[in-house]
Design a binder for this molecule. Structure first.
Ligand SMILES: [Zn+2]
Length: 95
């Protein structure tokens, strides 16, 4: 089955989050005040911003278009219209 736009966006955000953790740790281990640490710190910031950019652009409800950023990792339904974020269908058994 083909992945939905929402799922692939979430996947990309996850990868970016892992990368930013990696650069953050690398920055902490790099010598203090060195150009390497500065570069890694900037990279961490850039990755962090791109997580939100990816989430804002791609992680939207397919039904109402609401951007889902908070609780993105575990979100399955839209906080606004309560439909499935991956298919846009109504979730049965929930009001
Ligand atoms: Zn929605």
């Amino acid at each position: 089955m083909k992945k939905s736009k929402f799922e692939s966006g979430r996947q990309a955000a996850k990868i970016l989050a892992l990368l930013s953790v990696g650069t953050c740790v690398a920055a902490l281990m790099a010598g203090e005040g060195t150009p390497l640490q500065l570069a890694l710190a900037i990279l961490t910031l850039v990755l962090f911003v791109s997580i939100f950019t990816v989430a804002a652009v791609r992680c939207r409800c397919p039904h109402c278009g609401k951007t889902v950023i908070f609780g993105l990792w575990n979100a399955t339904t839209c906080p606004r219209c309560k439909r499935s974020l991956t298919t846009g269908n109504k979730i049965k058994g929930k009001k």
